[in-house]
Write a protein that binds this ligand. Structure first.
Ligand code: NDP
Length: 290
């Protein structure tokens, strides 16, 4: 069974509609509300600012009590954007301090957003941590810590948003940040906890997509390759020659930038991807192509 097509593209032509450009408006997030975890900096902040540029109000949740300088600067930048169109409210980013490993707190965060904004359309469950140790020596405590943030925290975030979407009958989009490390191992890295956690996130997206599909809620995972952020900088700074090694591992010969994830996240969050669910979207500069 197919759903009725909106009057865009060829359907608009066949219905003798006056020609109008609709392809960009399919990417619009005007009036939509998003929750972005790990949104205080790095990939989360970049994607949240992109959502806001497209018209959304994005609530950025991160661990620190106060937003750091990157967030404050980005918030001012977004606030000074020229208007999207006449009588259309611009998007914005707001900061929330929170911990994704606290399930009750995360559920309450989403409830509070809905109490304030009346809706929640988009969730980017993105907070994650990275550390390494010899796989035969990995302590239970360190292994559990990574899984708690990268797996449990992602589940609690997706639950928090999904519960509100279900309650309000919103056909929302949930994006879980996995990694290429969820389907390959990182050469020369001892990241067994991290790779295990990201594999779980890819499978979590498939599983949730299947359960939530009948409610019209979409769930996908995003698998970036190496992106230059504070997370990877910490590794690169303490391992000489690593930058060159990582760059040489993909056909483009470089690391990615956080802004190179804006387009794919906007596509996943918006009505431009309404038939995409249960997919893992790989954005890795071709790392897995050879
Ligand atoms: P960053 O370390 O720059 O940002 C992650 C943010 O998440 C930090 O601000 C961190 O806060 C926050 N965070 C950590 N734990 C929690 C928690 N318990 N509750 C709330 N927030 C928390 O990393 P990136 O932007 O690079 O990474 C974002 C996501 O992308 C992660 O899931 C990562 O695994 C994934 N990814 C990154 C890649 C890369 O190359 N950078 C590649 C593939 C995937 P704090 O600093 O205070 O701990």
């Amino acid at each position: 069974m197919s759903t009725p097509s909106p009057l865009v593209g060829v359907a608009a032509a066949l219905a003798s509609q006056p020609p109008t450009r609709t392809v960009f408006s399919q990417f619009s997030l005007t009036g939509k509300v998003a929750l972005v975890t790990g949104g205080g900096r790095g990939i989360g902040l970049e994607v949240a600012a992109g959502f806001a540029e497209a018209g959304a109000t994005a609530y950025c949740l991160d661990l620190s009590k106060q937003p750091d300088d990157d967030f404050v600067t980005a918030q001012k930048f977004v606030a000074q954007m020229p208007p999207l169109a006449n009588n259309v409210k611009n998007g914005r980013i707001e900061y929330i301090s929170g911990d994704v490993t606290d399930q009750k707190q995360m559920w309450k965060v989403a409830e509070d957003i809905v109490a304030k904004e009346g809706r929640l359309d988009i969730c980017f469950a993105n907070a994650g941590i990275l550390a390494g140790a010899d796989c035969l020596e990995y302590s239970a405590e360190d292994f559990t810590k990574i899984l708690n943030v990268n797996v449990n925290g992602v589940l609690y975030t997706a639950q928090a948003a999904g519960r509100q979407m279900e309650k309000l009958g919103i056909q929302g989009s949930i994006i879980l940040t996995a990694s290429m490390s969820g389907s390959i191992s990182n050469q020369n890295q001892k990241w067994v906890a991290y790779t295990t956690s990201k594999s779980a996130v890819i499978q979590m997206a498939r599983s949730m997509a299947c359960e939530l599909g009948p409610k019209g809620i979409r769930v996908n995972s995003l698998s970036p390759g190496y992106i230059y952020t504070k997370m990877t900088k910490a590794f690169l700074d303490s391992h000489t020659d690593l930058m060159e090694e990582w760059c040489s591992q993909n056909p483009l010969g470089r690391l990615g930038r956080p802004d190179e994830l804006r387009g794919v996240c906007l596509w996943l969050a918006s009505d431009a991807s309404t038939f995409c669910t249960g997919s893992d979207i790989i954005v890795d500069g071709g790392h897995r192509a050879w």
